[in-house]
Design a protein around this ligand. Structure first.
Ligand code: ZN
Length: 375
């Protein structure tokens, strides 16, 4: 099956080309030739983009299908228990009506540490099946190697470490000691794994930086005198940061989740930190922390793009943060851009999101691995 999308504006993951055409051949983007296409799509007045990559999600049954309807063609899951992960992966490989998945699998946290309290709360709801339950933890540095080996056996794509004393969630939780974080990072790097840290205060970010992580799963939300120094260190060491501004917007709303006043101003502070990171040239990856609750898979990504522009990114920079930048930092060499040979993960929208970011919500068509989705 060959599909030609013609007379369309194309944002290729980095730049915009006006009024051009893109050929899909099977599951790939192809080079133009003289053979006729089976299907021709008129792209007049529309913009074609690479499928969006959400760089921070939590996948439950139904999440990947929901994401795809909003043009999110790949989700980077940041915590998934083994049985659930195996099922989501098998579905995403087999079916074309859901987003693709990469995952951290089981995250590394202290015994009783975040997110044990959230899992305990969800554990009462039988509806979540094998997506919630008990999970491995790490108590001491000498357990780090065995923990990473177990995750490698489960086939994780990257390692996530949690450095969170619970303060922002209104709790007081055990947290990984700095030497344990460092041992986990060393064990992961020895096996070629990228390490991403959940750290949401400047003190926690400092532990992550000292341990040598590759990226942060959130911005931090206690802006203060330490922020410029942390931003400079992050820039100097070439780390990436996943934004999750939509998440902080949600937890900052009264009456949502287990939140105290520490979280009330989190959205404003998150945008402030994102702005400082962007100004320093730190790569920001659009991520939402989507769950089956809020933020929602797919829809939250559109909101995240708006919030990134409020943090000072241009519209094209925000779209880059949702396409080529996460692909580059997570080694997804087959996607995130529109170029011959890459996967035909594509989104067609009415209007021009490179000028008005809200146009990303006006989705006309989504192709996943070359398969046009029913709408
Ligand atoms: Zn998360």
């Amino acid at each position: 099956m060959r599909t030609l999308i013609r007379d369309v504006d194309v944002f290729d993951g980095e730049h915009t080309t006006r009024r051009t055409s893109v050929l899909i051949d099977g599951d790939r983007i192809a080079t133009h030739d003289d053979r006729p296409a089976d299907v021709v799509v008129d792209g007049t007045g529309k913009t074609l983009l690479p499928g969006l990559i959400d760089a921070h999600t939590h996948v439950f049954d139904g999440s990947l299908a929901q994401a795809l309807t909003f043009g999110v063609t790949t989700e980077l899951d940041m915590f998934c228990l083994p049985a659930n992960l195996a099922r989501q992966r098998a579905s995403a490989a087999e079916r074309d009506d859901m987003a693709d998945i990469r995952s951290a699998g089981m995250l590394a946290t202290a015994p009783g540490g975040h997110p044990s309290q959230l899992m305990a709360a969800l554990g009462d709801a039988a509806a979540f099946g094998d997506a919630v339950g008990a999970f491995d933890t790490v108590a001491t540095a000498d357990q780090a190697r065995a923990f990473v080996d177990a995750r490698l056996a489960e086939g994780i794509d990257y390692l996530k470490v949690v450095i969170d004393d619970g303060m922002v969630h209104g709790a007081d939780l055990p947290v990984l000691a700095p030497d344990v974080v460092a041992a986990l990072v060393d064990a992961a790097h020895a096996n070629g794994l990228t390490v991403i840290a959940h750290a949401i205060t400047s003190a926690e970010v400092e532990v992550a930086l000292n341990a040598g992580v590759d990226g942060l799963a959130h911005v931090w939300i206690d802006p203060g005198p330490r922020t410029p120094e942390l931003v400079a260190r992050i820039a100097a060491h070439g780390l990436f940061v996943v934004s999750t501004l939509a998440y902080f917007e949600v937890i900052g709303q009264p009456g949502v989740g287990a939140v105290d006043h520490a979280a009330a101003d989190s959205a404003i502070h998150a945008v402030h930190t994102a702005r400082a990171l962007h100004r320093a040239g730190v790569p920001l990856l659009a991520g939402t922390d989507a769950t089956p609750f809020a933020p929602a898979h797919g829809a939250a990504m559109h909101r995240e793009l708006v919030l990134l522009t409020e943090a000072g990114l241009s519209t094209e920079e925000a779209l880059t943060a949702a396409t080529s930048v996460p692909a580059r930092h997570f080694g997804l060499t087959d996607r995130g851009r529109i170029a011959p040979g890459l996967r035909a993960d594509l989104v067609l929208v009415d209007g021009d999101p490179t000028r008005d970011i809200t146009a990303i919500g006006a989705i006309v068509d989504v192709w996943r691995r070359g398969v046009r989705q029913a709408r």
